[in-house]
Design a protein around this ligand. Structure first.
Ligand SMILES: [Zn+2]
Length: 232
């Protein structure tokens, strides 16, 4: 297999750190296996602080640097920043077109994104990002008459084979991430503004949480997902 035909995966995260906290071990494993993983960050994360002295624009810049640091830790193929305002994602044409564009550009076999339909309490950006990404996969990215202007730019319709949802209500797919804990923690703690520096105490908290999931499949550490087969 050459670099060009490595399996391609697109991770669509509402906020810069959601992918690390939910799926960092799996992303680390995919990268270690030579898969071509590209991260799409929907919002600028500019409302993610309790510190009143930080300006939103400065926070957005900090969070891009943190995301690029995480990307280096994993060895991601690339990061796409959509730079939509934090807490303002909507299920609309503007956002959908941006996700369809990323799918057509990167041609992933798998798209990993957030579960949109958690009952009761949920972050609105997560609902919107998950819903719009699922809609973008099917039917929009598939159909050449959806955003036909993409054709003029050489962006062809694309069929994604599977969507994986992180933070899923009823997970059915478990990934053993035992050998990727170090990378996962280093990627997660690249987001210093959100989770602080790495420490033994924080590592233990992660081990406890991943360990609970691991028990379900008889491994030390695991992450869980809902897997949806779309096209084959
Ligand atoms: Zn989030």
């Amino acid at each position: 297999m050459t670099d060009n035909d490595a399996e391609s995966i697109l991770v669509v995260t509402p906020h810069p750190d959601d992918s690390e906290s939910s799926s960092g071990g799996t992303i680390a494993r995919w990268c270690a296996e030579g898969k071509k993983v590209t991260l799409v960050v929907c919002t600028d994360g500019s409302k993610g602080t309790g510190d009143r002295s930080i300006k939103p624009a400065d926070l957005a810049k900090t969070r891009e640097v943190e995301t690029l640091n995480a990307a280096k830790v994993y060895g991601l193929a690339g990061v796409e920043f959509l730079r939509m305002p934090d807490q303002a994602l909507e299920d609309n044409d503007e956002f959908r077109e941006k996700i369809v564009r990323q799918i057509r550009k990167h041609k992933p076999r798998i798209v990993l994104t957030v579960e949109p339909d958690r009952p009761y309490l949920r972050h609105r950006d997560h609902s919107m990002a998950g819903r719009v990404t699922l809609d973008a996969v099917f039917p929009y990215a598939r159909d050449h008459l959806a955003y036909p202007e993409h054709l003029d730019e050489g962006l062809e319709p694309h069929k994604v084979e599977e969507v994986w949802l992180f933070r899923a209500e009823d997970p059915d797919t478990f990934v053993d991430v035992t050998d990727h804990f170090e990378t996962r923690q280093n990627a997660l703690h690249s987001h210093v503004s959100q989770v602080g520096e790495r420490s033994e105490e924080r590592d233990q908290r992660s081990r406890d949480r991943l360990g609970e999931t691991g028990e379900k499949i008889g491994v030390a550490l695991a992450e869980s997902f809902k897997r949806i087969k779309v096209f084959r």
